[in-house]
Design a protein around this ligand. Structure first.
Ligand SMILES: [Mn+2]
Length: 329
């Protein structure tokens, strides 16, 4: 049986089931795009599905996309109504599933082999620059209509390809072809507003504090953002600092509601951001990918009761010490 026939068979056989589409923990544009794309595919078979995520939505651009395009995705709590699950841009290894749902579709472009799920349609395609590329190809093959009410889907899929290929910089032929196809149906004006989302004054202040307090040691940059009211700002500060000349590894941290939140980035093969975070603070508190990671640490009673500026001072000192010790810098 051809691969596409296998997919159609699975969809047809499960028409009466209750479907959930899962993305990875902290959905990015590629996750959201491919989830919406798959939802559209299922809808063309008259299947209603919900898109769920298990972590949280961070980063201004993601929030801005969801709000502007009015995208409906729900947090995964303890829903029991779903019987089947489709996973995009992730595999069961890296995402939580609804209680009663069996994964029957797994589509991803990362290196992972979900051998456990023999019954499922599995398409792990590392040649694709994004999960959205794979889904767009399926949309084309299955002749799913994007002309009618397909703008939202096309726009998010396009954005998914765009971000996962670093603004098309690493896009291959397939990604370009998929993007070109989607562009006919996408709302480029909205996309422009999403890509160039304005930064709130509070976020700007946090970024400024992080830059002012940054310490650069070789290719490492360690920065304290102080007390932060908007935690997404930490990731934005880390992204920006990584653009600094000679900087290839960034660790930004700030105090947010009795926790120290850490956001890290790496642009070099020498540093695996996720591994570094695990090594410094332990698997329980931190983790992530090669290029981006984070940690969340409890402050504790004695520090919490200190005045804010004392808190920042003590925490920052300890943070820097732990980071430097671990990196041997
Ligand atoms: Mn992806």
């Amino acid at each position: 049986m051809k691969k596409i026939e296998q997919l159609i068979k699975i969809i047809e056989e499960n028409k009466k089931e209750s479907w959930a589409i899962l993305m990875h923990e902290h959905p990015d544009p590629d996750s959201i795009g491919s989830a919406l794309g798959l939802q559209k595919i299922l809808a063309s078979y008259k299947i209603k599905s919900d898109i769920l995520y298990s972590g949280e939505i961070s980063h201004q651009q993601n929030k801005s996309m969801i709000n502007r395009l009015d995208i409906e995705i729900k947090p995964l709590t303890n829903q029991t109504e779903y019987t089947k699950a489709a996973m995009v841009d992730t595999t069961p290894k890296n995402a939580v599933l609804p209680k009663n749902a069996t994964p029957i579709i797994i589509i991803d472009h990362h290196q992972q082999n979900p051998k456990k799920f023999k019954e499922a349609y599995i398409q792990i395609d590392q040649e694709a620059g994004s999960a959205s590329t794979i889904i767009t190809e399926l949309i084309k093959t299955l002749k799913v209509d994007l002309e009618r009410e397909g703008t939202k889907t096309a726009t998010t899929l396009f954005y998914g390809i765009y971000t996962d290929t670093q603004q098309m910089l690493y896009a291959k032929k397939r990604d370009h072809e998929a993007a070109t196809y989607l562009k006919k149906f996408a709302d480029i004006e909205s996309l422009d507003k999403i890509v160039n989302a304005q930064i709130s004054p509070a976020t700007l202040k946090i970024i400024a504090t992080a830059i002012n307090n940054s310490e650069i040691i070789g290719m490492h940059c360690i920065a304290c953002a102080g007390i932060v009211k908007e935690k997404d700002a930490l990731a934005q500060a880390a992204d920006l600092l990584l653009k600094g000349q000679g900087i290839e590894h960034v660790i930004v941290y700030g105090i947010y509601e009795n926790r120290v939140l850490v956001s890290t980035r790496s642009s070099t093969d020498q540093i695996n951001a996720g591994e570094v975070v695990k090594k410094i603070w332990g698997e329980k508190f931190g983790g992530g990918r090669k290029q981006a990671a984070g940690a969340s640490l409890e402050i504790g009673y004695f520090l919490e009761t200190l005045p804010e500026d004392e808190q920042v001072k003590v925490i920052s000192q300890r943070m820097k010490q732990d980071i430097k010790n671990c990196l041997k810098i």
